[in-house]
Write a protein that binds this ligand. Structure first.
Ligand code: NAD
Length: 259
């Protein structure tokens, strides 16, 4: 790690230690090290799949075409040809959950739908774009866990005959009001926002760090590549992967950083 990055980590840790209320805002990049592909960038989902399959209008019109893509990306554990186990949280998710327990982190707003923050133990959490963990019937509204058996034959069907839709927000679909209001409440109270692995291209989610910055708060950003936040609102940029950065910050906050 070069000297500039070490200094940026020291500065970020000092800001976190002195903060009144810290929120984390996470994007697909925090789950990349858990094996969940990002949408954009090298190896991103859009290099392999048709983006329309996650548009609400397309899904409603062609669930039989969209569902195989959705299963392949987010429910690979249920693919007949896939031996891949369900995704697991990584060190970055675990550090955020531990910081919540320790009172270092007040709230997490995630754009991710993979459930990995909840699996790591985060409880003060807004899953801004919903979750892959449950499915709802488009005909009768019944909500069920995303069990492997349900996804073996596509599109998955409710006993009423309706087709299930995953409980995540499709392109063209509104944000869940409870997820939205808890995220904005936390952002308005925060004086520090730790942005991890987001391009900042998806709205309205990308307004969350901007609410913190607009209120005079500091934005610390973790991303191997600059994002739309970097030159705009980022105060301290950590050009690193999520786990490496979070573990390095955690060591500093615990006073155990190796020089
Ligand atoms: P994105 O896919 O547009 O961009 C990913 C970002 O992560 C990029 O800026 C990239 O440089 C960065 N990144 C890559 N590897 C990283 C690493 N190891 N550590 C830290 N950062 C890393 O993601 P987005 O901005 O979150 O927007 C995409 C939308 O897609 C969001 O709404 C999100 O809900 C959804 N999405 C979710 C998942 C998931 O649930 N895991 C996966 C793909 C997309």
């Amino acid at each position: 790690m070069n000297h500039d990055t070490e200094r940026a980590l020291d500065k970020a840790a000092a800001i976190l230690a002195g903060a009144r209320s810290v929120i984390a805002f996470t994007g697909a990049g925090i789950s990349a090290e858990s094996g969940v592909p990002t949408f954009r960038g090298a190896g991103g989902i859009w290099e392999r799949y048709d983006e329309r399959h996650l548009e609400l209008g397309y899904f409603r019109a062609h669930p039989e075409l969209a569902w195989p893509t959705i299963r392949d990306i987010f429910y690979a554990f249920a693919s007949p040809d896939g031996e891949r186990p369900p995704f697991q949280p990584n060190d970055a998710h675990r550090v955020l959950a531990a910081w919540e327990q320790q009172g270092i982190l007040n709230f997490t707003v995630t754009q991710n739908i993979d459930g990995l923050h909840a699996a790591a133990g985060s409880r003060r959490l807004s899953e801004f774009h919903g979750t892959t963990a449950t499915l709802s019937c488009m005909r009768c509204g019944a909500r069920v866990p995303s069990a492997r058996e349900l996804l073996e034959t596509l599109p998955p069907r409710c006993p009423c005959g309706g087709i299930y839709k995953p409980d995540f927000t499709f392109f063209g679909e509104g944000i869940d009001p409870a997820a939205s209001s808890s995220a904005y409440d936390a952002a308005r109270k925060a004086d520090v926002c730790l942005v991890i692995g987001s391009t900042g291209l998806v709205y309205p989610a990308a307004t969350i760090p901007r609410v913190v910055a607009g209120g005079g708060g500091t934005v610390i950003e973790v991303n191997p590549e600059p994002s739309t936040f970097t030159d705009d609102i980022t105060g301290v940029f950590l050009p690193m992967g999520a786990s490496e950065a979070l573990v390095a910050l955690d060591r500093r906050l615990r006073g155990t950083a190796t020089p």
